[in-house]
Ligand binder design. Structure first.
Ligand code: NAP
Length: 457
């Protein structure tokens, strides 16, 4: 490979790293994305101008089709369907890696493939295949095309592990004997089947963890492609992608106080978990007008958004209520739990869409100490992330998960439609506490009602 192309790849790799660094904070995220986009542009143009390209027709056709699909997805898929969108793009990326792997194997013939190249090719096809069907399954579950709850049967984990062991066995054999053509294609087929079986027993709400794992596999498949076709930028970008996805999966699991194996094999959410607090008493329903008076004369109000804010698309209504309160001199803060909603940064993305300033967003560590000095905590469609059982009941299914301690505020109001449970499927003792009132209804409608009532207060 020539020096100019290597320098282009080096520049692209540096831009990818700067992009990742930028993405670590909301204020620098846009700049990070621009760095990453320029990096990708350089990598693609550099590769296309490189003399190894023999024909541009198919590449141009692929570029046009890909750009049309990408453009359509970015215009028409709403923010709330971001997890599905991410799942689809992982599936496409992994399909590309798998196809390159299969075509390289077909093109070279087993005789020319040494141990190193065969290992890279097999890894690429194995990880790529699992990611394609695993991501598509995640998409189907999130889109509610099949039921989102875990689909389980007796002996499932043993069956899946045996299938994986057979596939890995084929992988190992192929390294020593690349000429076993049918074994190579059988391994590719089994990888696709395993992707489906891996995701079936995982609940829809655990899909963000699955997807960041799939992101990791797709990245590693791309890195393996880089080794297989001797392309340095693919190796670097794939490795960055692979490890950042893996780190994100671990961080998400930590924020839920669960292990990766529990997410992958625990069928979480399949049935109501045990260890709930018994006979909690009655929930106290409150009226919008009464809450409005409390809000209007409060010193500090903390909004606590959760998954229900996303389903209700209530982010703009929250901002409008906050504006009205701030105009009256009330201090308004937003408490953001790392796993509120259904994907990392879910609440940040929605609130940013409604132009809520970053400086008003507080994470767990920053805000928990402030609840005792908060007049009203307004819980907007959040449940598990404010469940005091996680802190107080060691037998709870979510015991040990860090929570937003809204129960310590002077007064708490919970906006939800009814008595529906959260993702963990367990009761929430917060709703039965004497300082907590329930305002039933769709979160957006309730917030609009509250805004009107505060203006009249
Ligand atoms: P949650 O525990 O899932 O609770 C959401 C609540 O919103 C429900 O109790 C529901 O009650 C209410 N709701 C739904 N639609 C509503 C609407 N239109 N208007 C008003 N309320 C509505 O949500 P969370 O507190 O945000 O917790 C997130 C959960 O997801 C955690 O258990 C977390 O571990 C898990 N999880 C998150 C991620 C991530 O990356 N963020 C990843 C994997 C798992 P009603 O039905 O009564 O309305």
């Amino acid at each position: 490979m020539g020096l100019p192309i290597e320098l282009t790849y080096l520049a692209a790799s540096i831009l990818f790293i700067l992009g990742l660094k930028g993405l670590s904070h909301p204020e620098t995220a846009r700049r990070g994305m621009i760095f990453a986009e320029i990096g990708m542009f350089l990598a693609i143009v550099g590769t296309l101008l490189h003399r190894e390209i023999v024909s541009y027709e198919w590449i141009i056709a692929g570029l046009i089709i890909g750009s049309l699909i990408g453009g359509a997805i970015s215009i028409w898929v709403p923010m709330t369907a971001m997890p599905q969108r991410t799942a689809l793009s992982h599936a496409f990326g992994a399909l590309a890696a798998s196809l390159v792997g299969v075509s390289e194997y077909y093109r070279h013939g087993a005789g020319e493939l040494g141990t190193f190249k065969m290992t890279a090719l097999s890894l690429e096809v194995l990880l790529g295949g699992i990611t394609v069907t695993g991501s598509l399954m995640a998409f189907i579950k999130l889109q509610d095309w099949i039921r989102g709850t875990p689909i389980t049967y007796r002996g499932q984990n043993v069956f899946n592990m045996s299938l994986l062991a057979i596939t890995v066995g084929m992988f190992a054999y192929l390294i020593f004997d690349p000429s076993a053509h049918s074994l190579f294609y059988a391994m590719a087929g089994l990888a696709f089947v395993f992707g489906v079986l891996l995701v079936l027993p995982i609940g829809a709400a655990d899909m963000p963890v699955v997807m960041s794992l799939m992101n990791s596999y797709a990245g590693l498949a791309a890195a393996a492609t880089g080794f297989a076709i001797s392309n340095n930028v693919l190796i670097i970008a794939g490795t960055l992608d692979g490890f950042s996805g893996f780190i994100l999966s671990i961080l998400m699991c930590r924020a839920m106080n669960r292990s990766i194996t529990n997410v992958l094999f625990g069928a979480f959410g399949a049935e109501t978990a045990s260890g709930e607090s018994a006979s909690l008493g009655d929930m106290r329903e409150v009226k919008a007008d009464d809450i409005a008076v409390q809000l209007a004369y409060a010193g500090q109000v903390v909004f606590v958004p959760g998954y229900g804010m996303a389903t209700a698309q209530a982010q703009h209504a929250v901002r409008e209520l906050a504006n009205i309160l701030e105009a009256r001199g009330v201090t308004v803060k937003y408490a953001i739990h790392p796993v509120a909603g259904r994907m990392p940064g879910h609440m940040n993305v929605l609130l940013a869409e409604a132009n809520v300033p970053y400086s008003s967003l507080y994470d767990l560590e920053q805000i928990n100490g402030e609840f005792p000095a908060t007049d009203v905590a307004v819980v907007i469609g959040a449940n598990d992330v404010v469940n005091p059982d996680a802190r107080d009941n060691p037998k709870s299914a979510i015991a040990g998960m860090p929570i937003l301690e809204v129960d310590k505020a002077h007064s708490v109001v919970v906006l939800k439609r009814g008595k529906g449970k959260g993702f963990a499927g367990i009761e929430n003792p917060l709703f039965f506490k004497p300082n907590c009132g329930m305002l039933y209804g769709d979160a957006k409608a309730s917030l609009i009602k509250l805004a009107g009532a505060v203006q009249n207060a």
